[in-house]
Design a protein around this ligand. Sequence first.
Ligand SMILES: NC(=O)c1ccc[n+]([C@@H]2O[C@H](COP(=O)([O-])OP(=O)(O)OC[C@H]3O[C@@H](n4cnc5c(N)ncnc54)[C@H](O)[C@@H]3O)[C@@H](O)[C@H]2O)c1
Ligand SMILES: O=C(O)C[C@@H](O)C(=O)O
Ligand SMILES: [K+]
Ligand SMILES: [Mn+2]
Length: 353
Amino acid sequence: MKQLHIASIPGDGIGNEVVPAAIEVLEAVSEIHGGLSFHFTHFPYSCDYYLEHGVMMPEDGLDQLKNFDAIFLGAVGNAKLVPDHISLWGLLIKLRREFEQVINIRPAKLLSGVPSPLVNPKDFDLIVVRENSEGEYSSVGGRMYKNEEEIAIQNSIFSRRGTERVMRYAFDLAKKRNKRVTSATKSNGIYYSMPFWDEVLKDVAKDYPEVETDSQHIDALAACFVTHPNKFDVVVASNLFGDVLTDLGAAIMGSVGIAPAANINVNGKYPSMFEPVHGSAPDITGKGIANPIGQIWTAKMMLDHFDEEEVGHVLLSVIESTTQDGILTADMGGKYTTKEVTAEIITRLKARA
Ligand SMILES: NC(=O)c1ccc[n+]([C@@H]2O[C@H](COP(=O)([O-])OP(=O)(O)OC[C@H]3O[C@@H](n4cnc5c(N)ncnc54)[C@H](O)[C@@H]3O)[C@@H](O)[C@H]2O)c1
Ligand SMILES: O=C(O)C[C@@H](O)C(=O)O
Ligand SMILES: [K+]
Ligand SMILES: [Mn+2]
Protein backbone atom coordinates (compact mmCIF):
# COMPACT_ATOMS: atom_id res chain seq x y z
CA MET A 1 0.00 0.00 0.00
CA LYS A 2 1.43 3.37 -1.03
CA GLN A 3 0.72 5.85 1.76
CA LEU A 4 0.91 9.57 1.15
CA HIS A 5 1.11 11.97 4.06
CA ILE A 6 -0.49 15.22 3.06
CA ALA A 7 -0.61 18.49 5.00
CA SER A 8 -3.92 20.18 4.32
CA ILE A 9 -4.22 23.96 4.68
CA PRO A 10 -7.70 25.07 3.61
CA GLY A 11 -6.75 28.69 4.40
CA ASP A 12 -9.40 31.36 3.96
CA GLY A 13 -12.85 31.79 2.49
CA ILE A 14 -13.97 29.11 0.05
CA GLY A 15 -10.72 27.24 0.70
CA ASN A 16 -12.67 25.82 3.65
CA GLU A 17 -15.38 24.60 1.28
CA VAL A 18 -13.41 23.25 -1.65
CA VAL A 19 -10.53 21.58 0.22
CA PRO A 20 -12.84 19.26 2.24
CA ALA A 21 -14.70 18.51 -1.01
CA ALA A 22 -11.49 17.56 -2.82
CA ILE A 23 -10.31 15.48 0.14
CA GLU A 24 -13.56 13.48 -0.04
CA VAL A 25 -12.84 12.90 -3.71
CA LEU A 26 -9.28 11.77 -2.91
CA GLU A 27 -10.67 9.29 -0.38
CA ALA A 28 -12.85 7.88 -3.16
CA VAL A 29 -9.83 7.77 -5.47
CA SER A 30 -8.02 5.76 -2.83
CA GLU A 31 -10.97 3.37 -2.59
CA ILE A 32 -11.15 2.66 -6.32
CA HIS A 33 -7.37 2.46 -6.59
CA GLY A 34 -6.90 -0.15 -3.89
CA GLY A 35 -3.16 0.36 -3.45
CA LEU A 36 -3.02 4.02 -2.55
CA SER A 37 -4.00 5.74 0.66
CA PHE A 38 -3.90 9.29 1.93
CA HIS A 39 -3.24 10.43 5.44
CA PHE A 40 -4.26 14.05 5.94
CA THR A 41 -3.06 16.32 8.73
CA HIS A 42 -4.96 19.59 8.96
CA PHE A 43 -3.39 22.95 9.69
CA PRO A 44 -5.49 26.03 10.51
CA TYR A 45 -3.12 28.63 9.06
CA SER A 46 -5.21 31.50 7.72
CA CYS A 47 -6.21 35.11 8.36
CA ASP A 48 -8.33 33.95 11.33
CA TYR A 49 -5.21 32.29 12.73
CA TYR A 50 -3.40 35.60 12.26
CA LEU A 51 -6.01 37.50 14.27
CA GLU A 52 -5.51 35.08 17.13
CA HIS A 53 -1.73 34.67 16.98
CA GLY A 54 -0.38 37.71 15.13
CA VAL A 55 1.27 35.49 12.50
CA MET A 56 -0.02 33.50 9.52
CA MET A 57 1.74 30.40 10.80
CA PRO A 58 3.82 29.66 13.88
CA GLU A 59 7.58 30.11 13.99
CA ASP A 60 8.11 26.37 13.59
CA GLY A 61 5.42 26.16 10.87
CA LEU A 62 7.90 25.29 8.14
CA ASP A 63 9.43 22.56 10.31
CA GLN A 64 5.98 21.10 10.92
CA LEU A 65 5.28 20.98 7.20
CA LYS A 66 8.60 20.08 5.64
CA ASN A 67 8.41 16.31 6.05
CA PHE A 68 5.02 15.84 4.44
CA ASP A 69 4.86 14.29 0.99
CA ALA A 70 2.88 17.30 -0.23
CA ILE A 71 0.86 20.28 0.88
CA PHE A 72 -2.75 20.60 -0.27
CA LEU A 73 -3.84 24.22 0.06
CA GLY A 74 -7.05 26.08 -0.74
CA ALA A 75 -6.55 29.83 -0.81
CA VAL A 76 -5.06 32.56 1.32
CA GLY A 77 -6.51 36.03 1.80
CA ASN A 78 -9.21 37.86 3.66
CA ALA A 79 -8.52 41.54 3.15
CA LYS A 80 -11.23 42.46 5.68
CA LEU A 81 -9.09 40.94 8.41
CA VAL A 82 -5.50 41.20 7.19
CA PRO A 83 -3.94 43.22 4.34
CA ASP A 84 -3.38 40.89 1.38
CA HIS A 85 0.37 41.44 1.14
CA ILE A 86 0.75 40.45 4.79
CA SER A 87 -1.34 37.27 4.53
CA LEU A 88 0.06 36.12 1.20
CA TRP A 89 3.69 36.81 2.08
CA GLY A 90 3.16 35.26 5.51
CA LEU A 91 1.85 31.96 4.21
CA LEU A 92 1.34 31.25 0.51
CA ILE A 93 4.38 33.05 -0.87
CA LYS A 94 6.45 32.05 2.14
CA LEU A 95 5.74 28.37 1.48
CA ARG A 96 6.47 28.74 -2.23
CA ARG A 97 9.83 30.34 -1.45
CA GLU A 98 11.03 28.51 1.64
CA PHE A 99 10.11 25.16 0.13
CA GLU A 100 11.76 26.16 -3.15
CA GLN A 101 8.60 25.54 -5.17
CA VAL A 102 10.19 27.44 -8.00
CA ILE A 103 7.83 26.33 -10.76
CA ASN A 104 4.08 26.85 -10.90
CA ILE A 105 2.35 24.74 -13.55
CA ARG A 106 -1.08 25.93 -14.53
CA PRO A 107 -2.98 24.14 -17.31
CA ALA A 108 -5.90 25.70 -19.16
CA LYS A 109 -7.97 23.47 -21.34
CA LEU A 110 -11.50 23.40 -22.59
CA LEU A 111 -13.80 21.04 -20.70
CA SER A 112 -16.85 19.92 -22.59
CA GLY A 113 -20.08 21.30 -21.17
CA VAL A 114 -18.43 24.34 -19.60
CA PRO A 115 -19.53 27.43 -21.50
CA SER A 116 -16.49 29.50 -22.49
CA PRO A 117 -17.05 33.24 -22.96
CA LEU A 118 -15.18 32.93 -26.27
CA VAL A 119 -17.32 32.86 -29.40
CA ASN A 120 -15.09 30.24 -30.94
CA PRO A 121 -12.93 28.67 -28.21
CA LYS A 122 -11.82 25.74 -30.43
CA ASP A 123 -10.12 22.97 -28.56
CA PHE A 124 -7.35 24.66 -26.62
CA ASP A 125 -5.13 22.75 -24.22
CA LEU A 126 -2.18 24.75 -22.92
CA ILE A 127 0.02 24.91 -19.86
CA VAL A 128 1.47 28.07 -18.39
CA VAL A 129 4.77 27.47 -16.63
CA ARG A 130 5.04 30.34 -14.19
CA GLU A 131 8.30 31.29 -12.49
CA ASN A 132 7.35 31.03 -8.83
CA SER A 133 10.25 32.27 -6.75
CA GLU A 134 11.46 35.67 -7.94
CA GLY A 135 10.79 38.16 -10.74
CA GLU A 136 8.36 40.95 -10.03
CA TYR A 137 7.38 39.31 -6.73
CA SER A 138 10.13 40.59 -4.51
CA SER A 139 10.51 42.15 -1.12
CA VAL A 140 13.35 44.33 -2.31
CA GLY A 141 12.56 48.02 -2.32
CA GLY A 142 11.19 50.53 0.09
CA ARG A 143 9.03 53.50 0.77
CA MET A 144 10.12 56.94 1.83
CA TYR A 145 8.85 60.48 2.38
CA LYS A 146 5.26 61.42 3.01
CA ASN A 147 2.35 63.04 1.24
CA GLU A 148 3.09 64.48 -2.24
CA GLU A 149 6.73 63.56 -1.85
CA GLU A 150 6.05 59.93 -1.07
CA ILE A 151 7.77 57.34 -3.24
CA ALA A 152 7.65 53.55 -3.43
CA ILE A 153 10.41 51.51 -5.01
CA GLN A 154 9.86 47.89 -5.97
CA ASN A 155 12.73 45.98 -7.51
CA SER A 156 12.33 42.90 -9.67
CA ILE A 157 14.84 40.10 -9.34
CA PHE A 158 15.67 38.01 -12.38
CA SER A 159 18.51 35.59 -11.75
CA ARG A 160 20.10 33.62 -14.56
CA ARG A 161 19.65 30.50 -12.48
CA GLY A 162 15.92 31.09 -11.89
CA THR A 163 15.22 32.21 -15.43
CA GLU A 164 17.08 29.34 -17.03
CA ARG A 165 15.42 26.88 -14.65
CA VAL A 166 11.88 27.88 -15.52
CA MET A 167 12.69 27.86 -19.23
CA ARG A 168 14.28 24.42 -19.11
CA TYR A 169 11.24 23.17 -17.23
CA ALA A 170 8.99 24.58 -19.97
CA PHE A 171 11.08 23.06 -22.78
CA ASP A 172 11.23 19.66 -21.08
CA LEU A 173 7.46 19.75 -20.68
CA ALA A 174 6.95 20.81 -24.30
CA LYS A 175 9.09 17.86 -25.45
CA LYS A 176 6.50 15.55 -23.89
CA ARG A 177 3.62 17.51 -25.43
CA ASN A 178 3.25 19.38 -28.72
CA LYS A 179 6.83 20.67 -28.85
CA ARG A 180 6.07 24.35 -28.80
CA VAL A 181 7.17 26.97 -26.26
CA THR A 182 5.91 30.53 -26.24
CA SER A 183 7.73 32.97 -24.01
CA ALA A 184 5.93 35.93 -22.45
CA THR A 185 8.15 38.97 -22.68
CA LYS A 186 7.94 42.76 -22.55
CA SER A 187 11.40 43.64 -23.75
CA ASN A 188 10.13 46.70 -25.60
CA GLY A 189 9.10 48.47 -22.39
CA ILE A 190 11.02 46.86 -19.56
CA TYR A 191 14.58 47.86 -20.09
CA TYR A 192 16.78 45.37 -18.22
CA SER A 193 14.98 42.28 -17.03
CA MET A 194 13.02 41.44 -20.16
CA PRO A 195 15.86 41.74 -22.69
CA PHE A 196 17.75 39.48 -20.26
CA TRP A 197 14.77 37.08 -20.20
CA ASP A 198 14.83 37.00 -24.04
CA GLU A 199 18.57 36.29 -24.12
CA VAL A 200 18.24 33.39 -21.70
CA LEU A 201 15.40 32.03 -23.81
CA LYS A 202 17.61 32.07 -26.91
CA ASP A 203 20.42 30.28 -25.06
CA VAL A 204 18.17 27.60 -23.61
CA ALA A 205 16.30 27.06 -26.90
CA LYS A 206 19.59 25.99 -28.53
CA ASP A 207 19.48 22.83 -26.42
CA TYR A 208 15.99 21.98 -27.68
CA PRO A 209 16.15 22.05 -31.50
CA GLU A 210 13.09 19.81 -31.70
CA VAL A 211 10.94 22.39 -29.90
CA GLU A 212 9.51 25.33 -31.81
CA THR A 213 10.15 28.55 -29.91
CA ASP A 214 8.26 31.79 -30.08
CA SER A 215 8.38 34.97 -28.07
CA GLN A 216 5.50 37.40 -27.70
CA HIS A 217 5.05 40.60 -25.76
CA ILE A 218 2.69 40.02 -22.87
CA ASP A 219 0.08 42.49 -24.15
CA ALA A 220 -0.21 40.80 -27.54
CA LEU A 221 0.05 37.39 -25.92
CA ALA A 222 -2.87 38.18 -23.62
CA ALA A 223 -4.94 39.17 -26.65
CA CYS A 224 -3.92 35.95 -28.39
CA PHE A 225 -5.17 33.90 -25.44
CA VAL A 226 -8.58 35.29 -26.35
CA THR A 227 -8.34 35.14 -30.14
CA HIS A 228 -6.30 31.94 -30.75
CA PRO A 229 -5.87 29.95 -27.51
CA ASN A 230 -5.57 26.73 -29.52
CA LYS A 231 -2.22 27.91 -30.93
CA PHE A 232 -0.46 27.50 -27.58
CA ASP A 233 1.18 24.45 -26.09
CA VAL A 234 3.55 25.51 -23.27
CA VAL A 235 3.79 29.16 -22.29
CA VAL A 236 6.69 30.23 -20.08
CA ALA A 237 6.23 33.38 -18.05
CA SER A 238 7.68 35.39 -15.22
CA ASN A 239 5.95 35.42 -11.85
CA LEU A 240 3.63 38.36 -12.50
CA PHE A 241 2.97 37.68 -16.18
CA GLY A 242 2.23 34.06 -15.30
CA ASP A 243 -0.14 35.14 -12.58
CA VAL A 244 -2.16 37.36 -14.89
CA LEU A 245 -2.11 34.94 -17.82
CA THR A 246 -3.45 32.10 -15.70
CA ASP A 247 -6.53 33.99 -14.54
CA LEU A 248 -7.04 34.79 -18.22
CA GLY A 249 -6.54 31.12 -19.12
CA ALA A 250 -9.09 30.25 -16.45
CA ALA A 251 -11.53 32.84 -17.77
CA ILE A 252 -11.46 31.46 -21.32
CA MET A 253 -12.03 27.97 -19.93
CA GLY A 254 -15.25 29.33 -18.49
CA SER A 255 -14.42 30.02 -14.85
CA VAL A 256 -11.52 30.67 -12.53
CA GLY A 257 -13.29 28.15 -10.28
CA ILE A 258 -12.05 25.22 -12.36
CA ALA A 259 -8.40 26.15 -12.99
CA PRO A 260 -5.83 23.83 -11.35
CA ALA A 261 -2.25 24.54 -10.34
CA ALA A 262 0.82 22.90 -8.86
CA ASN A 263 3.75 24.57 -7.10
CA ILE A 264 6.63 22.24 -7.80
CA ASN A 265 9.77 21.78 -5.75
CA VAL A 266 12.19 20.49 -8.36
CA ASN A 267 15.16 19.59 -6.15
CA GLY A 268 13.30 17.12 -3.92
CA LYS A 269 14.37 18.89 -0.73
CA TYR A 270 10.90 20.01 0.28
CA PRO A 271 7.29 19.10 -0.46
CA SER A 272 5.49 20.47 -3.49
CA MET A 273 2.25 22.32 -2.90
CA PHE A 274 -1.02 21.87 -4.72
CA GLU A 275 -3.48 24.75 -4.74
CA PRO A 276 -5.81 25.99 -7.46
CA VAL A 277 -5.44 29.25 -9.38
CA HIS A 278 -8.40 30.94 -7.69
CA GLY A 279 -8.40 32.80 -4.41
CA SER A 280 -10.63 32.79 -1.36
CA ALA A 281 -13.62 34.32 -3.21
CA PRO A 282 -14.97 36.42 -0.33
CA ASP A 283 -18.01 37.38 -2.41
CA ILE A 284 -19.38 33.82 -2.36
CA THR A 285 -17.86 32.46 0.86
CA GLY A 286 -20.34 30.58 3.04
CA LYS A 287 -22.98 30.24 0.33
CA GLY A 288 -22.14 26.63 -0.50
CA ILE A 289 -21.87 27.45 -4.21
CA ALA A 290 -18.09 27.50 -4.73
CA ASN A 291 -16.98 25.44 -7.68
CA PRO A 292 -14.96 22.50 -6.29
CA ILE A 293 -13.51 21.53 -9.68
CA GLY A 294 -10.41 23.75 -9.47
CA GLN A 295 -9.43 22.10 -6.19
CA ILE A 296 -10.35 18.60 -7.43
CA TRP A 297 -8.43 19.02 -10.68
CA THR A 298 -5.53 20.27 -8.54
CA ALA A 299 -5.81 16.99 -6.62
CA LYS A 300 -5.49 15.25 -10.00
CA MET A 301 -2.22 17.16 -10.55
CA MET A 302 -1.07 15.90 -7.16
CA LEU A 303 -1.87 12.33 -8.25
CA ASP A 304 0.18 12.85 -11.43
CA HIS A 305 3.03 14.19 -9.29
CA PHE A 306 3.07 10.91 -7.37
CA ASP A 307 3.09 8.92 -10.63
CA GLU A 308 -0.58 8.01 -10.32
CA GLU A 309 -1.41 9.23 -13.80
CA GLU A 310 -3.77 6.39 -14.53
CA VAL A 311 -6.20 7.16 -11.74
CA GLY A 312 -5.58 10.87 -12.32
CA HIS A 313 -6.75 10.42 -15.89
CA VAL A 314 -9.88 8.65 -14.67
CA LEU A 315 -10.55 11.50 -12.24
CA LEU A 316 -10.30 14.16 -14.95
CA SER A 317 -12.54 12.23 -17.28
CA VAL A 318 -15.10 11.86 -14.47
CA ILE A 319 -14.93 15.63 -13.83
CA GLU A 320 -15.54 16.24 -17.53
CA SER A 321 -18.43 13.80 -17.63
CA THR A 322 -20.20 15.84 -14.94
CA THR A 323 -19.69 19.14 -16.76
CA GLN A 324 -20.78 17.53 -19.99
CA ASP A 325 -24.01 16.46 -18.31
CA GLY A 326 -24.66 20.00 -17.08
CA ILE A 327 -23.85 19.41 -13.41
CA LEU A 328 -22.50 22.91 -13.02
CA THR A 329 -22.12 25.44 -10.21
CA ALA A 330 -23.37 29.03 -10.56
CA ASP A 331 -20.07 30.44 -11.85
CA MET A 332 -20.52 28.23 -14.93
CA GLY A 333 -24.20 29.08 -15.30
CA GLY A 334 -25.53 26.07 -13.38
CA LYS A 335 -27.50 25.70 -10.18
CA TYR A 336 -25.72 22.87 -8.40
CA THR A 337 -24.00 23.37 -5.05
CA THR A 338 -20.43 22.53 -4.06
CA LYS A 339 -21.70 19.46 -2.23
CA GLU A 340 -23.88 18.26 -5.10
CA VAL A 341 -21.10 18.52 -7.67
CA THR A 342 -18.68 16.76 -5.32
CA ALA A 343 -21.16 13.97 -4.57
CA GLU A 344 -21.79 13.47 -8.28
CA ILE A 345 -18.06 13.21 -9.00
CA ILE A 346 -17.64 10.68 -6.19
CA THR A 347 -20.61 8.57 -7.36
CA ARG A 348 -19.26 8.48 -10.90
CA LEU A 349 -15.75 7.69 -9.69
CA LYS A 350 -16.99 4.73 -7.68
CA ALA A 351 -18.94 3.51 -10.70
CA ARG A 352 -15.61 3.28 -12.55
CA ALA A 353 -14.15 0.90 -9.96
N1 LIG B 1 -3.44 31.30 -4.45
C1 LIG B 1 -4.18 31.96 -3.59
O1 LIG B 1 -4.31 31.58 -2.45
C2 LIG B 1 -4.89 33.18 -4.05
C3 LIG B 1 -5.17 33.38 -5.41
C4 LIG B 1 -5.86 34.52 -5.80
C5 LIG B 1 -6.31 35.42 -4.86
N2 LIG B 1 -6.02 35.21 -3.54
C6 LIG B 1 -6.60 36.06 -2.49
O2 LIG B 1 -8.02 35.76 -2.43
C7 LIG B 1 -8.75 36.95 -2.11
C8 LIG B 1 -9.78 37.24 -3.17
O3 LIG B 1 -9.09 37.55 -4.39
P1 LIG B 1 -9.79 37.87 -5.76
O4 LIG B 1 -11.20 38.27 -5.51
O5 LIG B 1 -8.89 38.75 -6.50
O6 LIG B 1 -9.76 36.47 -6.57
P2 LIG B 1 -10.66 35.16 -6.39
O7 LIG B 1 -10.09 34.13 -7.29
O8 LIG B 1 -10.81 34.80 -4.98
O9 LIG B 1 -12.10 35.60 -6.95
C9 LIG B 1 -12.31 36.20 -8.23
C10 LIG B 1 -13.75 35.92 -8.69
O10 LIG B 1 -13.85 34.53 -9.04
C11 LIG B 1 -14.84 33.89 -8.27
N3 LIG B 1 -14.35 32.54 -7.88
C12 LIG B 1 -13.10 32.23 -7.49
N4 LIG B 1 -13.02 30.93 -7.19
C13 LIG B 1 -14.23 30.41 -7.40
C14 LIG B 1 -14.79 29.10 -7.27
N5 LIG B 1 -14.05 28.05 -6.86
N6 LIG B 1 -16.10 28.94 -7.57
C15 LIG B 1 -16.84 29.97 -8.00
N7 LIG B 1 -16.39 31.22 -8.15
C16 LIG B 1 -15.09 31.44 -7.85
C17 LIG B 1 -15.06 34.77 -7.05
O11 LIG B 1 -16.35 34.57 -6.51
C18 LIG B 1 -14.79 36.16 -7.61
O12 LIG B 1 -15.96 36.66 -8.20
C19 LIG B 1 -7.70 38.04 -1.93
O13 LIG B 1 -7.39 38.09 -0.56
C20 LIG B 1 -6.52 37.54 -2.73
O14 LIG B 1 -5.30 38.06 -2.31
C21 LIG B 1 -5.34 34.10 -3.12
O1 LIG C 1 0.65 34.45 -6.68
C1 LIG C 1 -0.21 35.26 -6.35
O2 LIG C 1 -0.15 36.45 -6.70
C2 LIG C 1 -1.38 34.83 -5.54
C3 LIG C 1 -2.49 34.39 -6.43
O3 LIG C 1 -3.00 35.41 -7.23
C4 LIG C 1 -2.13 33.19 -7.25
O4 LIG C 1 -2.33 33.23 -8.45
O5 LIG C 1 -1.66 32.19 -6.68
K1 LIG D 1 -5.35 29.09 -4.48
MN1 LIG E 1 -3.35 34.81 -9.29
